[in-house]
Design a protein around this ligand. Structure first.
Ligand SMILES: CC1=C(CCC(=O)O)c2cc3nc(cc4[nH]c(cc5[nH]c(cc1n2)c(C)c5CCC(=O)O)c(CCC(=O)O)c4C)C(CCC(=O)O)=C3C
Ligand SMILES: [Fe+2]
Length: 314
């Protein structure tokens, strides 16, 4: 018997996707660039960054697999085996969002909930995932409802605040002088003209986490902006670290709350690039542990999925 019985609700678990191997970086980058291949220089630069974090495995793939499996277990525990069936749908790698929806259709799923593993909504990121999922669902006659965001879910805030407390403890006697620097992936600044909730939601998450962790000394900054020739949201984390060093700050705990996994933007952009930049300016930079398949994060996801499904039934 198929795991997906006729009454099962499909759950499309959406994430960014990462290459299978260094040989796959060019195709992946071309997909991110909407079919335009990167220049040799751009490809070399991205490959170099992956090479410096990757020990033969791209960590995001394992982490997304682990998150989808843990969410399935959490849904089984809360709603009973067979009530929900998870399918992965990735933005820039196989199985693509469309593959996930087609797999649901092949299993006879008629009703589904879509959820992106990023807690904060932007029309340019999460909205893009959902648009593709809706278009494919319509082709198969699947009714798909989207969880738009869960950036203030109490379990998520608690999970992040515990990580902040644990990260601050690593500073020992310097703990009270440590600044918590929340961050998220920058977006092209034109997103501001769209009245997009992304920045507000990121600030709301940061605020709630700081409050739950009892932290008053915190700031928010952007990171990982692309080089597109257009302006991106700033200030960038390196600019912020430069200013903090001018102000005499010596201890910083990075808290990238716009990301949920160990991947390139965390393992390279923060752990290698930002840390080196900070150390050169006399700042000790530590980072909170990422959520990956944290049980409280899974509870926030499962609760959002079940809440959406129940809302429809009422
Ligand atoms: C908002 C946002 C998130 C967070 C929300 C979410 O998770 O969705 C995110 C996450 C991620 N971004 C990732 C990787 C990349 N993103 C790039 C490029 C871009 N990102 C953008 C936005 C975002 N990206 C944008 C507007 C571009 C410009 C091109 C375009 O207009 O689309 C490039 C090209 C080279 C470069 O610019 O560095 C790469 C390699 C990985 C995987 C890392 C790994 O494999 O370990 C992850 C989790
Ligand atoms: Fe990205």
């Amino acid at each position: 018997m198929s795991r997906a019985e006729s009454k099962a609700i499909g759950v499309l678990v959406m994430s960014y996707g990462t290459p299978e191997s260094l040989d796959g970086v060019e195709a992946y980058y071309t997909h991110i660039r909407r079919g335009n291949p990167p220049s040799a220089q751009q490809l070399e630069d991205l490959t170099r960054r992956y090479r410096s974090i990757v020990g033969g495995v791209f960590p995001l793939r394992e982490n997304t697999n682990g998150q989808a499996a843990a969410l399935q277990r959490t849904l089984d525990e809360r709603a009973g085996y067979g009530a929900y069936v998870c399918y992965q749908g990735l933005k820039h790698a196989a199985p693509y969002i469309e593959d996930g929806v087609a797999a649901m259709a092949a299993d006879g799923i008629e009703e589904a909930i879509g959820i992106v593993l990023t807690p904060q909504y932007s029309a340019m990121s999460v909205g893009g995932y959902m648009k593709r999922a809706q278009e494919e669902a319509a082709k198969h006659g699947i009714t798909l409802m989207d969880v738009q965001e869960y950036h203030l879910h109490p379990e998520l805030i608690d999970a992040l605040s515990r990580r902040v407390i644990e990260g601050l403890d690593r500073f020992g006697e310097k703990r009270s002088d440590t600044l918590v620097l929340f961050s998220a992936h920058s977006l092209p600044a034109k997103v501001l003209e769209m009245n997009d909730p992304y920045a507000d939601q990121l600030l709301a998450t940061s605020h709630a986490v700081a409050e739950a962790a009892g932290v008053e000394n915190w700031q928010f900054t952007w990171q990982s902006a692309g080089q597109t020739g257009q302006p991106w949201l700033g200030p960038d984390i390196l600019e912020t670290l430069g200013r903090l060093s001018d102000e005499g700050v010596k201890s910083v705990l990075a808290a990238p709350v716009g990301f949920v996994s160990d991947h390139l933007e965390v393992l390279y952009d923060i752990d290698i690039e930002a840390r080196k930049f900070a150390e050169e300016r006399g700042i000790r930079l530590e980072r909170i542990r990422m959520l990956n398949d944290d049980p409280q994060y899974m509870a926030a996801l499962a609760d959002s999925v079940i809440g959406m499904a129940n809302g429809r039934a009422n």
